[in-house]
Design a protein around this ligand. Structure first.
Ligand code: ATP
Length: 364
């Protein structure tokens, strides 16, 4: 038997003529955290609502903890799906104490008090059970919401943009705390975010959604360093693109001949993350820095190559790199090679999978 917390097969949902979720399939092993990541309107929240039972799919099937909860002729209501929900506005009952909020989904009796105590310990709020929600900070309220969702031992916790109401510093801290709490509880979770850093740092697997479809599901590093499609590469952070052609086992481009991950000769597009572009000051080099953007913990530097192509490199802010400096350019991390985009700009066929090479490493 699969040990899956959630399995969706081909789920579809329209609102009028708009197809919000278009044949999505997902499988989440128990104890894992999955992020649904994508731009606004791509269908993330609708998938979460389909899992919760707040929407019913027109096609496809959903299993939670190995039990069919939605499918042809089957619809299990939300309260019988064994899901816990955490919303961005916390949705705590304002007139109930923290302890009563946490115990809300539990039956009466002695065990209830014990479980509430365990949950308050787990989320670091022991001793605050008697307070009302308005007597807590935003971060504390979100931890109460998480404790309430976990208390009835759900099969899965669903979190909808759980950190978006918090300021940047608290967001970073709370997402680490939430990850640790979910791990300590051995919980399975699906959370929705449009924040890439949040998805990459919190999840075991990230499902990137574009236009109601899954573009790629992969562990964070794979998604970032080996995006399966140009669209995935372009959505996830900065990407440098260079035209090239593969011949004799190398990919030839404005950065010279690099070891090719793709054996088939032909025209390709090369994608390099800015972290994979290393710069070394050299007065005799043919490339020149044309822009330097200071971002606090890093600087993004744009180099015009001798070919006229532009590439961006991510440097430490103290790195010596000023506009006008000449630099050698070296590929110091993975490069991804895609079959060249058709002239009409349409997407390559799904079979056109990229190939990846590591640390190509020849400075030009
Ligand atoms: P966001 O990040 O902005 O919350 P999302 O990726 O979560 O977006 P959804 O809320 O799932 O996107 O919405 C997907 C599409 O379906 C959007 O175009 C949205 O306008 C539409 N939609 C969602 N709910 C409804 C509804 N109840 N009635 C009509 N259209 C809806």
């Amino acid at each position: 038997m699969d040990d899956l917390a959630v399995r969706c097969v081909g789920i579809r949902k329209h609102f009028g003529t708009l197809c919000a979720v278009d044949g999505v399939s997902l499988a989440l092993p128990r104890g894992h955290i999955l992020a649904l990541l994508g731009p606004s309107g791509c269908g993330k929240t609708t998938i979460l609502r389909l899992l919760a039972g707040l929407e019913d799919p027109e096609a496809g099937a959903i299993e939670i903890g190995g039990r069919l909860v939605a499918g042809p002729g089957v619809y299990v209501p939300p309260e019988r799906r064994r899901v816990g929900m955490v919303f961005q506005d916390y949705a705590l009952f304002p007139h109930l104490t923290v302890a009563d909020n946490v115990g809300y989904g539990l039956g009466r009796g002695e065990a209830r008090g014990t479980r509430v105590g365990e949950m308050l310990d787990l989320v670091g709020l022991a001793g605050l059970g008697g307070r009302l929600p308005h007597e807590l900070s935003g971060g504390q309220r979100q931890r109460v919401a998480l404790a309430r969702a976990l208390a009835p031992r759900p099969e899965i916790v669903l979190l909808d943009e759980p950190f978006s109401n918090l300021d940047a510093a608290l967001r970073g801290r709370l997402r680490r705390e939430v990850r640790d709490i979910l791990r300590a509880a051995g919980a399975s979770a699906v959370f929705v975010t449009h924040d890439q850093e949040e998805a990459l740092s919190l999840a075991d697997e990230v499902a990137l959604l574009l236009d109601g479809r899954i573009e790629q599901v992969a562990p964070p590093e794979t998604l970032y360093l080996r995006p399966a499609t140009r669209a995935a590469a372009a959505f996830l952070g900065e990407a440098n693109w260079l035209p090239g052609h593969v011949a004799g086992g190398a990919v030839h481009c404005a950065l010279g001949a690099l070891p090719s991950p793709c054996p088939a000769p032909g025209e390709v597009d090369i994608m390099l993350r800015p972290e994979s572009v290393a710069l070394t000051p050299d007065e005799r080099a043919p490339h020149r820095i044309v822009e330097r953007e200071y971002l606090g913990r890093e600087a993004l530097v744009t180099v015009r190559l001798a070919s006229g192509d532009l590439v961006r490199s991510r440097l430490l802010p103290q790195a010596p790199a000023a506009v006008g400096d000449r630099v050698r350019v070296e590929v110091s991390g993975p490069l991804v090679v895609y079959p060249a985009a058709p002239a009409n700009g349409s997407r390559p066929a799904p079979a056109d999978r990229p190939a990846v090479a590591c640390g190509a490493g020849r400075a030009v």
